[in-house]
Ligand binder design. Structure first.
Ligand SMILES: *[C@@H]1O[C@H](CO)[C@@H](O)[C@H](O)[C@H]1NC(C)=O
Ligand SMILES: *[C@@H]1O[C@H](CO)[C@@H](O)[C@H](O)[C@H]1NC(C)=O
Ligand SMILES: *[C@@H]1O[C@H](CO)[C@@H](O)[C@H](O)[C@H]1NC(C)=O
Length: 367
């Protein structure tokens, strides 16, 4: 009798010890993969470097949530505020991939390492603008020819090769919810991405009244052009905003999404397929074509937008702005500029530049 009881106790103890071992090994394996992967088999069109080794007590464990964001020198304060808001509002193991140009790397590193952001995990990758040569129009009136980083979202699997699921965020956003929740957005089988639709959300009402006819495909694409006609898309289809994207990178790769986007980018450079009234970024139309009726949806509260549009942006109530999980200042007026709405919300997340190069304009003016 007692012998049997002792056996049971020993068995239970062994099981517990086994479980502890397994968990340890899984955690170690996770660390191992994280450290090893960025150096393994680099055949990528950019340079990459990891944040310096972090003190272990500040390192977040658990499933990694990869977030890709771009950093442009003249609005580096934006990416810093966005990263701060994501990080502070979540306990998740967020790993940022920051895509930038070579000349910005040093400035960015100082800002990340000499402020409270020094515990954030990040990976800086340098975008090679040559990647786009011949694919975008040289027309000087399209400002994107000098904003190559807006195309970084076309290359998501190249920048985060080890991830299956990832988030892309524009830099002119502030996250107020737990990014884990956004990450858990369900993508339907066969879908490579989820976006926020321009029609059935509170944001949509702002766009219709404030920013013209830009909530359907005809606002973005020239339906008189043969290449567009051939696709048989309905011009009044609701568009979406690609400032926040959840992706299944396995599907993205399987469906050759990057190549498809490059194809439409190149074709536009030759045939001018985009709407003459296009007010949003020229990176949007290829995404609208490639993901036509083939994408999942993001909860509207996770992409409350048009805060940078005249009229539209200041219609939201204070309660609504407070309840929003993610705020997006798309449009002309940025929260670090002079005349933006809700810049007080953005200010809460901004971290002053240790080099003193970047100042929010309006503050500068007030001083
Ligand atoms: C990138 O910048 C560093 C200095 O910050 C410079 O030494 C290097 O030559 C640059 N590389 C390219 C490809 O421009
Ligand atoms: C991504 O897509 C692949 C291929 O369809 C699928 O097996 C996988 O479960 C998807 N992953 C997620 C996180 O949705
Ligand atoms: C993607 O590209 C590969 C290689 O170019 C090709 O074999 C494959 O059929 C393409 N897949 C799709 C869905 O277009």
């Amino acid at each position: 009798m007692t012998l049997r009881r002792v056996n049971v106790i020993i068995l239970v103890l062994l099981a517990v010890a086994f479980l502890i071992l397994v968990q340890r090994n899984l955690l170690n394996l996770g660390d191992f993969l994280h450290k090893e992967n960025p150096d393994a088999g680099m055949i990528l069109p950019f340079e990459s470097e990891l944040s310096p080794d972090l003190r272990s007590d500040s390192v977040r464990k658990g499933e990694e949530i990869p977030v890709l964001i771009t950093a442009t020198e003249d609005r580096l304060g934006a990416v810093v505020a966005a990263i701060n808001s994501v990080y502070e509002n979540s306990k998740a193991n967020v790993v940022f991939t920051i895509v930038t140009l070579n000349d910005t790397v040093d400035h960015l590193k100082v800002w990340l390492s000499e402020t409270k952001l020094k515990t954030v995990k990040y990976n800086i990758v340098v975008f090679k603008p040559e990647l786009l040569s011949g694919k975008i129009s040289k027309d000087p009136k399209t400002p994107e020819t000098v904003k190559p980083l807006t195309f970084a979202r076309y290359y998501l699997p190249a920048y985060i090769p080890e991830a299956e699921k990832a988030i892309y965020l524009d830099d002119d956003i502030i996250v107020q919810g737990d990014i884990q929740e956004l990450y858990e957005t369900n993508l339907k089988p066969g879908h490579a991405a989820a976006f926020s639709d321009d029609c059935n959300s509170a944001s949509a009402k702002g766009i219709v009244r404030g920013a013209g006819n830009q909530n359907n495909y005809i606002g973005f694409l020239d339906f008189k052009k043969a290449a567009i006609k051939k696709l048989g898309m309905k011009p009044n289809t609701c568009s979406f905003n690609p400032g926040v994207i959840i992706t299944n990178l396995t599907e993205w790769k399987n469906q050759n999404i990057t190549q498809q986007l490059e194809h439409w980018m190149e074709l536009n450079a030759q045939e001018d397929l985009y709407s003459k009234t296009l007010a949003e970024s020229i990176t949007t139309p290829p995404l609208l074509i490639v993901f036509y009726k083939h994408h999942s949806n993001i909860d509207p509260m996770w992409h409350v937008r048009h805060l940078g549009n005249t009229g539209a942006g200041n219609r939201y109530s204070t309660q609504f702005i407070r309840a929003a999980k993610l705020l997006h200042w798309n449009g002309h007026y940025k929260p670090w500029g002079r005349a933006s709405s809700y810049s007080d919300v953005w200010d809460k997340w901004f971290i002053p530049d240790p080099t003193g190069k970047f100042h929010p304009v309006r503050r500068h003016a007030e001083e």
